[in-house]
Ligand binder design. Sequence first.
Ligand code: FAD
Ligand code: UDP
Length: 391
Amino acid sequence: MTSQKLLCVGAGLSGAVIGRYLAEAGHAVTILDARAHIGGNCHTERDAETGVNVHVYGPHIFHTDDSEVWDYVNRFARFLPYKNRVKTTSLGPDGERGVFSLPINLHTINQFFGRVMRPAEARAFITEEQADTSIADPQTFEEQALRFVGRDLYEAFFKGYTIKQWGLPPSALPASILKRLPVRFNYDDNYFFHKFQGMPEEGYTAMIAKILDHPSISLQLDTRFSRDMGAGYGHVFYSGPLDGYFNYELGRLSYRTLDFERFDYQGDYQGCAVMNYGEEAVPYTRITEHKHFAPWESHEGSVCYREFSRAAEPGDTPYYPIRQVEEKALLADYVALAEQTEGVTFVGRLGTYRYLDMDVTIREALECARGFVATAQAEAGRMPPFFTSPC
Ligand code: FAD
Ligand code: UDP
């Protein structure tokens, strides 16, 4: 195999995992990032004052069913047990504010309705007395909620939160967003249902630093990529925004961005890592108390983030792709442009304009790098612009 000079744009999980694979395959890899730090949106940073490891771009919990990906991350970090148990503050049926368990489970149902039901009774109660069975094939978020949990639970836990999170009425959002959350008729309050779940002991940035620690990887931070910088490289793996690569020449793909309002506290502010707020009248969606992500550490001081969601403007950090009908049309136009671009593969959550969990990001990055090595060995052929299609 001939060694090539290759470029990865972005030192988040996509760029780091691809870069590492290519370096181990014998290539000389340059990884650059516009930010002053590695880790992309998974970046964690120890707060100098309190010692708390802060999830700078919002809470990140690692969970997967993919055993190869689980083995991969455990190669670069020690993962300690962490189960995501989310609570929500909202109004009960009597209009009184309460704290409830998420995702909706038997505890939530019994507490919310003031009942003492066993699993089968709760299932019958929700499906026969609460759920709107006239909705045969739910298409929207709202229909999905009304069909499976009914109006009372929908209005307390989903309606206000979703309006705040997405800036749209749930009747204008696809059912698929809500399908991410289970409804359980037992007391299992684990937010995720994957086989593996945990937190890297020293945070994600320490893990990604280990991934990048290879003699054939050279890292350049504070370096914004422009197209001319690809010259001189055998191939570019680009994990920045797809529309940004083309200087937004067709218009901007829409994203939601998040504003984090930090406040510090002495002691334990809320007793859990993530507290959601279901009421529309409360302007933030949730409060994250970062020290609870590392229950094996102990800190007197506490760092908390109030999280606000809004439409991203030029210059804001893009977080959640919106993918409404209009964006899908624009996306198809950018995909067509990318297909005419040789020598670049668009990867990751921004390069493919999709919401990707970390485990999926790693799986796709590994497959993409494998695909490149196999293609280069077989025929020195052209890599496609997308390993996974955004459409
Ligand atoms: P990114 O992390 O966005 O990295 C892209 C990098 O490219 C960035 O560092 C950026 O600075 C750089 N870049 C962009 N443009 C340029 C340019 N022109 N020049 C140079 N550099 C550039 N996943 C989970 O599994 N569990 C969770 O609990 C979870 N929580 C999340 C919470 C929030 C609020 C969000 C938004 C996402 C969450 N995720 C979670 C998803 C996770 O953040 C992604 O899977 C992961 O960040 C994707 O990595 P990436 O490398 O593709 O993208
Ligand atoms: N959601 C909600 N109330 C909550 C938590 C989630 O209405 O307390 C909705 C919200 O629209 C969110 C979706 O369910 O986007 C999926 O939840 P998830 O926790 O996967 O949220 P995300 O990853 O989008 O933040």
